[in-house]
Design a binder for this molecule. Structure first.
Ligand SMILES: Cc1cc2nc3c(=O)[nH]c(=O)nc-3n(C[C@H](O)[C@H](O)[C@H](O)COP(=O)(O)O)c2cc1C
Length: 313
């Protein structure tokens, strides 16, 4: 299969890493079609108006930003979907993948993969409640893939617009390689579009995933934290060009990230956030330890050191 134009590109939801400052900064670099909030948890006793404060549709404008919600009670999920749509969410995504035990213990996230009937009921309650598209993001199963097909079909039959598959089980965590064969299986089984996700770190990985699975779009998470220019590199590839990151881009990226952090955020938190970004960006670098192990007086200090070391050969 020869792909002539870039596929639809999605920035993955990433709780704790892909926060608002990160999404805003990535949007200023651009290259992707959709952003998504990290999950917003709709608990068993939700206070919907205060939960709605977690979503601002324009964070990544002009790039569209979906809102992702996670919960296990169909009525509350529908109510939350209505609130989000009224706030301007162009799409609402159902989280069926979060592996955290505090979440799964409450029957949400990847726990939904144990009960395709409940998954169907929740997705349908959301689809019926709003006129904007509802989508779902699934792992391949809870402890194994025995209900893989049932879960996919339950989501499709509920009327979702498309589905994103991160082909690992909850038990897998992030350990073994993502099983792209399962994305191909989902694509063959379903009529709705399937977005492939998992382990894309460069243009070559993306081309291989599309070739292997026939997926309709691609979602990238950690690869975009490690390389915020990855989407621009992909676009350039499909234009037949090679992307050259502008000189000083890393320094600008870090400064932009800091400018998007709320003013009231403590210096210590900003430093930790920069350390987190640098630990992804400099995974292979000899300077990683130098940056992460040091104590800083303020965020400007780490920003300057990280910029200097990241740009040095
Ligand atoms: C730190 C972190 C937080 C995540 N938070 C979410 C989340 O809030 N919602 C969700 O659906 N997936 C979440 N994920 C899963 C990612 O969206 C994605 O499916 C996974 O990382 C595999 O894609 P990748 O290999 O491109 O990173 C998270 C992943 C990471 C690493």
């Amino acid at each position: 299969m020869i792909q002539k134009s870039a596929p639809l590109l999605f920035l993955a939801p990433m709780e704790g890493v892909g926060d608002r400052p990160f999404r805003k900064t990535l949007a200023s670099i651009g290259g992707f079609d959709w952003a998504c909030t990290e999950f917003i948890r709709v608990s068993t006793t939700p206070h919907i108006p205060s939960l709605l404060k977690h979503y601002e549709p324009d964070d990544t404008a002009p790039i569209l930003q979906a809102a992702q919600i996670m919960g296990s009670i169909p009525e509350f999920m529908a109510e939350m979907a209505v609130g989000l749509a009224a706030k301007g969410a162009p799409r609402i995504d159902l989280n069926c993948g979060c592996p955290s035990n505090t979440v799964t213990g409450k029957g949400a996230g990847s726990s939904l993969l144990k009960t395709p009937e409940l998954l169907h009921k929740i997705a349908k309650s959301m689809v019926d409640a709003v006129s904007v598209p509802v989508t779902a993001k699934l792992r391949a199963g809870f402890s194994d893939t025995s209900l893989f097909r049932e879960n996919l079909l339950a989501a499709e039959e509920a009327g979702i617009a498309f589905l994103t598959l991160h082909p690992r089980t909850k038990e897998d965590g992030y350990g073994p390689p993502a099983r792209w064969d399962l994305i191909r299986e989902a694509k063959q089984l379903l009529k709705i579009p399937v977005i492939g996700n998992g382990d894309i770190l460069n243009v070559g990985d993306l081309l291989r995933m599309i070739e292997h699975t026939g997926c309709d779009g691609v979602m990238i998470g950690r690869g975009a934290v490690a390389n915020p220019w990855i989407f621009q590199e992909i676009r350039a590839h499909f234009r037949g060009e090679e992307y050259r990151r502008p000189t000083g881009a890393i320094g600008q990226y870090l400064k932009m990230f800091l400018s998007h952090c709320p003013e009231e955020m403590q210096s210590k938190t900003k430093i930790n956030k920069l350390k987190q970004l640098m630990s992804f960006m400099m995974k292979e670098s000899e300077h990683r330890k130098t940056i992460l192990c040091r104590t800083y007086t303020d965020e400007k200090e780490i920003c300057e050191l990280a910029t200097y070391l990241a740009e040095s050969p």
